[in-house]
Write a protein that binds this ligand. Structure first.
Ligand code: ADP
Ligand code: MG
Length: 347
């Protein structure tokens, strides 16, 4: 048997630390897009454009009209655990932003050729900073309207194992498209434009008045979804749910029209899924899936988003309360549809 040579304990080099962290948050081009668009939203942008080449493998370029980054903070933005969003445990427990870990930019920068260009509205000019697999250069003067552009080129060029896991351009692009769909349903007041290989694929105009909201949902979920969906709006204490649920007879073979947001965040949660399934249980055929666009809002103290680096999961302080609230709200909304079903069944 081969003898394992003992190695001294040592702290890993920074770049390797970032690459290891990237392993958790940067799985594929869509994860890069998620982090960068969330940063744009946190910066107060009202217009975000996303340009990707070859499914995001060659390049991802995201431009926003948000508050920008000061020249002397550009280098800090790509440092590990550097964030402008929280500075205490109290802030973490009363989170109002999507980001808070200060990990996305250093992680992405460590596995790509990376460039940020930013102009603050009140600053004399724009500056850009580059990082080539973690090697930083700049800031240098640049030209940019107020806001920020982040360009990520050659993702995983220096981590071949990761690169090999990428799927075809088309598959990687579809993931990005799905993500942009989710994000554009999360913020009607923000305009989104997505282009692939120079061609505009999606365009959602900013505006949160009813006609524009209906138009956006129709574009993303189908005109027929919007036409038949039941509006839902319930509140109990700190819990509030609103949105649209499809009538039971407008069901789907796949769970492909299901959007659930918790405090503005796209969430995959077993408890939530169970509550919804149960609300539809007696009106949906086995194996069929309901469709919905739902927004749950609750006091940030009642939900922990610091469960996983990707923040796709949450932990509720009172799981029973949340489950029963969601179930009750949907069950009640479906009551007229349920009565129709029953009348039909007894005829
Ligand atoms: P986090 O979002 O968790 O704070 P990131 O690594 O994603 O960490 O970003 C680090 C910091 O860089 C942010 O806290 C923010 O101050 C700044 N930043 C990143 N992207 C933008 C942007 N598009 N506009 C303005 N500031 C940004
Ligand atoms: Mg972030």
């Amino acid at each position: 048997t081969a003898k394992i040579e003992p190695m001294p304990i040592q702290i890993l080099p920074n770049q390797l630390i970032d690459q290891i962290a990237a392993g958790e948050v940067v799985e594929r081009p869509a994860s890069v897009v998620k982090e960068l668009v969330e940063n744009a939203l946190d910066a107060g942008a009202t217009r975000i454009t996303i340009d990707v080449q070859t499914g995001g493998k060659k390049s991802i370029k995201i431009t926003d009209n948000g508050q920008g980054i000061a020249k002397n903070e550009l280098a800090l933005a790509i440092e590990r655990h550097a964030t402008s969003k929280i500075d205490s445990l109290y802030d973490l427990e009363h989170l109002g932003s999507l980001g808070f870990r200060g990990e996305a930019l250093p992680s992405i920068a460590s596995v790509s050729r990376f460039k940020i260009t930013s102009q603050q509205a009140e600053a004399d000019m724009a500056y850009c900073i580059r990082s080539d697999g973690g090697q930083i250069s700049g800031p240098e003067p640049a030209s940019h309207p107020p806001g920020t552009t982040v360009e990520v080129t050659d993702l995983f060029y220096n981590t071949p194992a990761r690169r090999r896991f990428l799927k075809t351009d088309r598959t990687e692009f579809l993931r990005i498209d799905e993500l942009i769909k989710q994000l554009s349903l999360s913020r009607f007041d923000v305009g989104f434009r997505l282009a692939h290989n120079g061609q505009i694929v999606r365009h959602a105009q900013a505006g949160d008045d009813e006609p524009l909201i209906h138009q956006r949902i129709s574009q993303l979920c189908g005109k027929d979804f919007m036409e038949q969906a039941l509006h839902i709006e319930h509140q109990r204490g700190d819990l509030k749910i609103s949105g649209w649920v499809a009538k039971p007879n407008w069901n789907r073979a796949r769970a492909d029209r299901q959007f659930f947001f918790i405090n503005g965040r796209v969430i995959k949660d077993k408890l939530v899924a169970h509550a919804i399934r149960q609300a539809y249980q007696d009106v949906l055929f086995h194996g069929r899936h309901p469709a919905f666009v739902l927004y749950l809002n609750l006091n940030p103290e009642l939900v922990d988003v610091n469960v996983h680096p990707t923040k796709h999961e949450v932990r509720f302080r009172d799981t029973r309360l949340v489950h029963d609230f969601i179930f009750g709200a949907i069950h009640q909304t479906l009551a007229p549809a349920r009565m129709q079903e029953q009348t039909r069944a007894t005829e």
